[in-house]
Design a binder for this molecule. Structure first.
Ligand SMILES: NC(=O)c1ccc[n+]([C@@H]2O[C@H](COP(=O)([O-])OP(=O)(O)OC[C@H]3O[C@@H](n4cnc5c(N)ncnc54)[C@H](O)[C@@H]3O)[C@@H](O)[C@H]2O)c1
Length: 359
């Protein structure tokens, strides 16, 4: 059962608002809501090229409608005083926590960033939701919580106690922390396990973007597990559609037989439910990069590809069971890899028409 939330005239707090998914979400909320006040926060860290984050903020400036207030705060969610003052000042009705240190491989060399942003930062958000009650806390988890589970598609009913990276462990911890706060303080919370999100102005640390940069430089791209990987690639507009729908349906508050609240707590997968083989994905990417004139017609792709073994922390397959999302919110991602990579390649061609990528 869901409690319907009308987002019009509400205050919505989005963390990670200069990030890939966060900025797309804010842009969509500009279109979707009337009279809303949106507050965004981002610490603009340099985990990847900051000019992409600045570009996304400029796009938001251009897209902001007159009847929507938008305040952007440059700040860190790991700083408790900052988060407390945001909640004290704006009293958000709905919170969407997307700020996090993302990436599986980086967590092997830079574990501190994950503890700060993903654990301390998320704890600060939970504490603030406890002190300044909200109608719905929505937060990003990740498909990486499924670790090396063999059973596919991955269902939110499956056991996820065997993370294979610190990143995955922090995301699973977020789900556990949210459960405790939902139970103790009756905070409606929904965790979203996103599956490999891609699209225009995406993250340069992810394969499709990194491959493009490398091919353009004439470097060789490495295809892990000799190409025997399946990924459920999900286009960013589908992710945002799912998030906006879910924001409007909070788990219902209910009393248990013991007179204490049952935790108003949910978890959903948002993935394409249609995994693609990595080699097929690289093939489509090549075709779309050529079509968008990012790379020339006669580019020798075979000379720039190397099949290599599996990387630590990586998993061979991701595949989302989206039946709960379909049942509860009537939605299932549907953008094809070709359409999504075409949008990425076209954006890339325009964005880097005068400059070279920094990574
Ligand atoms: N993109 C994907 O494929 C994917 C898959 C699964 C889960 N996720 C999760 O979705 C969320 C958004 O991911 P994204 O792809 O947009 O990543 P992103 O890195 O583009 O966005 C995250 C934003 O948060 C900001 N940030 C990081 N730590 C912060 C802190 N301590 N305080 C304030 N701001 C901080 C960063 O500057 C960045 O702009 C993350 O929680 C990520 O873990 C993403």
């Amino acid at each position: 059962m869901k409690q319907t939330i009308d987002l019009n005239n509400k205050t919505i707090f989005v963390t990670g608002a200069a990030g890939f998914i966060g900025s797309n979400l804010v842009k969509r909320l500009f279109k979707e809501t009337k009279g809303a006040s949106i507050v965004g926060i981002d610490n603009m860290n340099d985990y990847y090229d900051v000019s992409l984050k600045e570009f996304r903020l400029q796009e938001l400036d251009k897209a902001q409608p007159e009847d929507t207030s938008y305040i952007f705060i440059r700040g860190d969610i790991a700083d408790k005083a900052t988060i407390d003052s945001v909640f004290k000042q704006y009293h958000p009705h709905v919170v969407v926590n997307l700020a996090a240190q993302a990436g599986v491989r980086y967590s092997i060399t830079n574990p501190d960033a994950y503890i700060q942003s993903n654990l301390i930062g998320f704890y600060n958000i939970l504490e603030a939701c406890r002190n300044y009650p909200v109608e719905h806390l929505v937060y990003a988890s990740s498909s990486s919580v499924y670790g090396s589970n063999k059973k596919v598609p991955y269902s939110t009913e499956d056991k996820v106690d065997n993370p294979v990276s610190l990143y995955a462990a922090t995301k699973k911890s977020n789900e556990l922390m949210a459960h405790a706060y939902s139970k103790l303080y009756n905070i409606p919370s929904t965790g979203l396990r996103f599956f490999t999100v891609y699209g225009p102005a995406g993250r340069p640390d992810m394969a499709y973007f990194m491959f493009t940069n490398k091919l353009l430089r004439g470097d060789t791209i490495q295809i892990f597990n000799y190409g025997n990987c399946m990924r459920d690639f999900t286009y960013v507009d589908d992710i945002v559609e799912g998030v906006v729908r879910i924001m409007q349906g909070a788990p219902t508050k209910q009393m248990g037989e013991d007179g204490l609240p049952l935790p108003p707590y949910s978890i959903y997968n948002i993935g394409n439910n249609n995994p693609e083989n990595l080699l097929n994905f690289v093939d489509i990417l090549q075709q779309e990069l050529t079509r968008a004139k990012v790379l020339p017609e006669d580019y020798d792709f075979d000379a720039h590809k190397q099949l290599v073994p599996m990387q630590p922390g990586d998993v061979p397959t991701t595949y989302a069971d989206t039946s709960a999302l379909e049942q509860d919110f009537g939605f299932k991602p549907s953008t094809s890899l070709r359409d999504g990579l075409r949008a990425f390649a076209e954006w890339y061609a325009t964005f880097y028409s005068n400059t070279s990528p920094n990574q």
